[in-house]
Ligand binder design. Structure first.
Ligand SMILES: Cc1cc2nc3c(=O)[nH]c(=O)nc-3n(C[C@H](O)[C@H](O)[C@H](O)COP(=O)(O)OP(=O)(O)OC[C@H]3O[C@@H](n4cnc5c(N)ncnc54)[C@H](O)[C@@H]3O)c2cc1C
Length: 456
């Protein structure tokens, strides 16, 4: 590797290449923390021209490269494999243009999400992609994983917020497709090849993002529901009455109980316990309209009880229950986490079937469901206390996902952690076409090799 270090230092400069013995642990593993591994070198180019030259060299030499954004991924996609060179986007960051009239922002791919949100807010606009890792994740990583988050029900995933893109292909070709228009039907919309393909087809270096006007009002409530069947009806009816629903986060009773147990700051929200809790957030309506809509749902029996936030402190307390999942995981010794997707109509049966399948196979199973139900995305945290059960838990749950025609990942991507399960939710024809694309765009297989496909 020493000769490649020398050559890459000449192509870039000594600041842009970190040699084997000086590599910080932050380049070793993503947030998921599975199988940390030091890369053989780290490249930190300062712009896409430098990145292009470095990639061209790696391609000619057949050197495997893993692209790294903010390293908050949960699927081991950015974690290096032995011998791989890490390509970090951390220095390719900053806002290039803010077009307030056209409501677009042009940004370098290494810009943290929160910086983009703040810059939009400062001019009375808004970039509505939002997730818990906002302070560390980069917009390039968000787009590469087609990240979802808390407001997908209203604004869509990252894909819906990207208008244009600059991407560097495996051989170093820089493809600029910096479209700023919402409608453009001139030929193939190539940006979609790179959105959600987890860095396997190219390295995203710059983006044109779609902005929205800032919200003027926001209402938040924590609602208690008698059962899951009421949840889907409540979702449909509340969206008809309040078009500005931005979040509809569902938590099962056992999840809320577990969060209250691990975190003393989080209290049971209601005097009585309820089967289901919905964290509802909406904008574009008055507090009276919001109250009235919830009151009507209580009259109909869909909602058993509701707490409406009257201050930011109240809404933070509601969100602390939803976001307490990280505290919960920190205290567990070996657990499986899921971000599966299902048609909303199958969700209740799916949850019951999953519970049955887990109970049948494990004697001491804990299974806590929660999710962004409005976009068909369900999370579970599942464990028995024995780390050896983690893999069989994944096998069991993904088999049920397959039976219900769901997807093994609605948000976090396949990376390396779900490769063997991809055929459970994609047909052989789909997989074959994916391989053809990969082979065509990266014939030497240098980009994020071993991610998405098990047999690559
Ligand atoms: C607390 C917490 C909350 C989270 N909540 C959510 C959530 O609500 N919704 C959600 O979808 N995810 C969520 N995530 C997962 C994670 O934050 C997202 O997947 C995020 O989009 C990853 O961005 P990143 O910059 O950290 O990417 P990384 O982890 O660095 O990389 C992720 C993948 O993208 C590739 N990649 C990174 N940058 C580029 C680039 N410029 N060009 C090409 N490929 C690239 C990498 O090779 C890797 O395969 C959460 C994570 C944490 C820790």
């Amino acid at each position: 590797m020493q000769n490649h270090y020398v050559a890459l230092t000449e192509i870039l400069d000594s600041r842009s290449v970190i040699n084997t013995d000086a590599i910080d642990v932050r380049y070793h593993v993503d947030w998921g923390g599975v199988n940390p591994c030091a890369p053989s070198l780290v490249l930190r180019p300062e712009d896409s021209t430098a990145l292009s030259k470095a990639l061209n060299y790696c391609n000619e030499q057949g050197l495997a490269v893993v692209t790294q954004g903010g390293m908050t991924g949960l699927s081991s996609g950015a974690t290096p494999l032995v011998g791989e060179i890490a390509l970090s986007l951390e220095r390719i960051n900053g806002i290039t243009e803010l077009d307030c009239e056209g409501m677009t922002m042009t940004v370098k791919a290494g810009t943290p999400l929160q910086v983009i949100q703040q810059a939009a807010e400062d001019v009375g606009l808004r970039f509505p992609l939002d997730l818990g890792a906002r302070g560390s994740c980069q917009i390039g990583g968000n787009v590469a994983t087609n990240a979802g988050g808390n407001q997908v029900v209203r604004f869509g995933s990252a894909r819906a917020l990207v208008l244009g893109m600059e991407v560097v292909l495996a051989n170093g070709t820089v493809m600029r497709s910096m479209n700023k228009m919402i409608k453009n039907n001139a030929g193939y919309d190539l940006k979609h090849l790179f959105i959600g393909s987890e860095g396997t087809l190219g390295v995203i270096t710059e983006l044109v993002l779609r902005l929205y006007p800032a919200k003027k009002t926001q209402q938040t409530a924590l609602c208690a529901l008698p059962d899951f069947a009421s949840t889907t009806t409540f979702l449909r009816e509340i969206m008809a009455e309040i078009p500005g629903v931005t979040s509809f986060e569902v938590m099962w009773q056992n999840y809320v109980n577990a969060i209250c147990e691990v975190n003393e700051q989080v209290r049971q929200p209601f005097d009585e316990q309820h089967a289901i809790y919905v964290l509802l957030e909406a904008e574009g309506c008055t507090q009276d309209q919001f109250h009235q809509a919830l009151f009507d749902k209580m009259e109909d029996g869909l909602v058993s009880d509701a707490l409406v936030a009257s201050s930011l402190k109240d809404s933070d307390a509601f969100w602390a229950i939803r976001d307490g999942v990280a505290d919960l995981m920190a205290g567990l010794n070996g657990f499986a986490t899921f971000d599966v997707g299902l048609p909303i109509s199958s969700m209740e049966d799916f949850v019951a079937a999953t519970d049955n399948a887990l109970q049948a196979r494990f004697s001491n199973i804990n299974n806590l469901p929660l999710g962004h139900i409005a976009d068909g995305n369900l999370h579970f945290i599942t464990w028995t206390g024995d780390p050896a059960d983690v893999k069989p838990i994944y096998d069991t749950v993904y088999e049920v996902v397959h039976q219900f025609d769901g997807t093994v990942t609605a948000e976090h991507g396949i990376g390396m952690s779900k490769r063997e399960y991809l055929p459970l939710c994609r047909s052989s024809e789909e997989l074959e076409l994916m391989r053809v694309l990969k082979k065509t765009m990266d014939p030497k297989g240098i980009l994020n090799s071993g991610r998405i496909f098990l047999d690559e």
